[in-house]
Design a binder for this molecule. Structure first.
Ligand code: SF4
Length: 176
């Protein structure tokens, strides 16, 4: 597993596998469900490496879906709480398998190695929960952070970032 894209794919699988037991254990304290797309109304800046992976999903989509997402991406106004160009009218991610790291963490308390003393949650989630299982929630995120640092050290495309909309509109020929 040497290619940055392979390393990213592996990390995304690890994140999915680590998030699943958190959601299972705290399901009754997590309001995330199809129809709530608050998270998808933020302007995320994702790495070029993740952008190329998202475009892989876009390239595999039907021509109609691809055209719709691209039209929305070109019209996207950042930092206005506009919906992500990938979001469907009924609140679903239309490139779900190719979504970036940040989108795979929806619902769980987020830990940031730069602010290790705290976790952040959506105001709708974990209401009234004062004690979280650090082994289940924080330890995995520390491992994701380490893995991402390793990827960033090896690959310039993991260091540069742009909005999801900007990533979608990069010409596919640049991915070759
Ligand atoms: S890529 Fe998908 S999950 Fe991520 S913000 Fe866009 S619609 Fe939401």
């Amino acid at each position: 597993m040497s290619e940055p894209r392979d390393r990213l794919r592996h990390l995304l699988r690890v994140i999915d596998d680590d998030v699943e037991p958190v959601v299972r254990r705290y399901r009754s304290h997590i309001e995330c469900a199809k129809g709530c797309s608050d998270c998808c109304h933020q302007t995320f800046r994702i790495s070029n490496l993740e952008g190329a992976y998202l475009r892989e999903g876009l390239a595999a989509a039907s021509p109609e879906l691809r055209a719709d997402i691209l039209a929305r991406a070109h019209a996207y106004a950042p930092d206005t709480r506009a919906p992500c160009p990938v979001l469907s009218e009924d609140g679903a991610c239309r490139l779900y398998e190719h979504r970036p790291r940040i989108c795979r963490k929806y619902g769980i308390p987020l830990w940031n190695p730069q602010r290790p003393e705290r976790v952040d949650t959506c105001p709708k989630n974990f209401v009234g929960v004062h004690d979280i299982d650090a082994d289940l929630i924080i330890e995995p995120q520390a491992r994701w952070a380490e893995a991402w640092i390793e990827i960033r050290e090896r690959d310039e495309a993991a260091r540069a970032t742009a909005t999801i909309a900007a990533q979608l509109t990069v010409s596919v020929t640049e991915d070759a």
